[in-house]
Write a protein that binds this ligand. Sequence first.
Ligand code: SF4
Length: 236
Amino acid sequence: MDDAAPAPAAKGREAGRHPGDGPGPRLRITEIFLSLQGESTRAGLPTVFVRLTGCPLRCGYCDTAYAFHGGQWRDVAALVEEVIALGVRHVCVTGGEPLAQRACLELLTALCDRDLSVSLETSGAMDVSAVDPRVSRIVDIKTPGSGEVERNLWRNIEVLESKDEIKFVLCGRDDYEWARAVIAERDLSSRCTVLMSPSHGQLEPTQLADWIVADRLAVRFQMQLHKSLWGNVAGR
Ligand code: SF4
């Protein structure tokens, strides 16, 4: 993230304190919206998304580059109330890389404290061990094709539990074979659900599906449901 840069207006609001914000911890937010969860084992569930601003990675296939900069500072307590006002049980904290902002941990705990079902989407480059244990952590493992494979924080795998999920986004056959080897060497499928997605426009979904079936891989194939429904647009 780029804390030193001035935060331009987001979603038509002025930067700086939001009306009603208190003196507590704050986070820079790109957007909050209600949609259907498009990925993970929660796919299809009405979900509130809280997209935090900033990411220290630059994956070649990134579809949320609009969250790299800008955003609006909001306090955690006000964010929680805004999420609850949207009236659904499931909330997904995403980015960008949400854990790049320290107060993300406080937001996650505050959401859990209100009996929401909380998931966190993270790049796998940040330590996830301090995340509230009630949160389902969806942790990427970056492949060579992403351009960010050296950012993987491998010790994250050791703290993942059955409620958590590991996600590979694959750019081609080389990535698939690399991921298959990582899954086998680290016995990932016995730890938690392992997700495999084709990188949009780089790998045909049917091709990936055929490879998984042929190899009888113990993974869950997934496509980005929200893109099938609404296309590649922000706020969906
Ligand atoms: S970690 Fe996620 S948000 Fe960051 S560059 Fe990669 S795909 Fe984009």
